[in-house]
Write a protein that binds this ligand. Structure first.
Ligand SMILES: C[S@@+](CC[C@H](N)C(=O)[O-])C[C@H]1O[C@@H](n2cnc3c(N)ncnc32)[C@H](O)[C@@H]1O
Length: 244
């Protein structure tokens, strides 16, 4: 089931208002621009595909997301991108795409082993023979969830009003799954709006096993958006994979 944060129209509308992490789209956009066909799995509000089209991408751009409210935001941005409601296991593509991406840690919503296996198999099938699957997952060794506390709340202005977003991680964290609540508040609202999420933090070795079981091989890995090598303390595990 999709988190309320993405399913609820008023929260989906807020998604783009909060500043995104710096550097990720700067990494992804050149990859999109050099691929003739692109599938963005978990495309959300479609910002990356919008940027690619606006930068002159003339090929096939396809965004897939199971949250109608997020896709509604995407549809408002561009009508010349294919926006498809669903998850990757609900569609059947065969070698259709030169590039498949999952951005903003969308990969981490795949929490069950079966869901992860099925999604990777479907992504492999969607890739052309020489295609690439590029995505990132947060490095569990960097323990990002320790900073998901109300003291690190962020604020934006939406329709002229301040809106605050705060995370509260559910402690103690054990294993690969991290659950947390995101709460949005605004002086204009009667009450706060909350959404509970669970994300999976796969380590490098486990990730590699899932990819190879799905018939994918790792071509390159980076630890941060500036192309730094992956080390124990890297914040990200950014992976470029292709069909084995
Ligand atoms: C953090 S947002 C990322 C959106 C977008 N990729 C970006 O860069 O802004 C995560 C997205 O994953 C979507 N999602 C949830 N479950 C999913 C699934 N099983 N498969 C693909 N996407 C999923 C959500 O609806 C949401 O839009």
């Amino acid at each position: 089931m999709v988190d309320r944060q993405f399913a609820e129209p008023m929260l989906a509308e807020l998604y783009d208002a909060f500043a995104r992490e710096t550097g990720d789209f700067e990494f992804y956009l050149p990859l999109l621009m050099s691929a003739s066909s692109v599938l963005d799995v978990g495309c959300g509000t479609g910002e990356l595909l919008r940027l690619a089209r606006e930068a002159g991408h003339g090929g096939r751009l396809c965004g897939l997301d199971p949250a109608p409210a997020m896709l509604e935001q995407a549809r408002r941005k561009r009508t010349d991108v294919e926006w498809i409601l669903g998850d990757i296991s609900s569609v059947e593509w065969r070698a259709d795409f030169e590039l498949v991406v999952m951005t903003s840690h969308a990969f981490q919503v795949l929490v069950d082993d079966d869901e992860l296996r099925d999604s990777l198999a479907a992504i492999r099938s969607a890739l052309s023979t020489d295609g690439r699957f590029v995505f990132e997952t947060r490095n569990p060794l960097a323990r990002a969830w320790e900073r998901w506390i109300p003291e690190h709340a962020v604020e934006t202005i939406h329709h002229g009003e301040p809106v605050r977003m705060a995370h509260q991680v559910e402690a103690p964290v054990s294993g690969e799954l991290v659950s947390f609540t995101t709460t949005f508040t605004s002086p204009k609202w009667d009450r706060p709006e909350s959404s509970r999420s669970t994300l999976r933090f796969l380590g490098v070795d486990e990730l590699s096993s899932f990819l190879s079981a799905a018939g994918l091989v790792i071509e390159a890995q980076f630890g941060d958006w500036d192309g730094q090598p992956l080390t124990g303390g890297s914040p990200e595990i950014i992976t470029v994979a292709r069909r084995a």
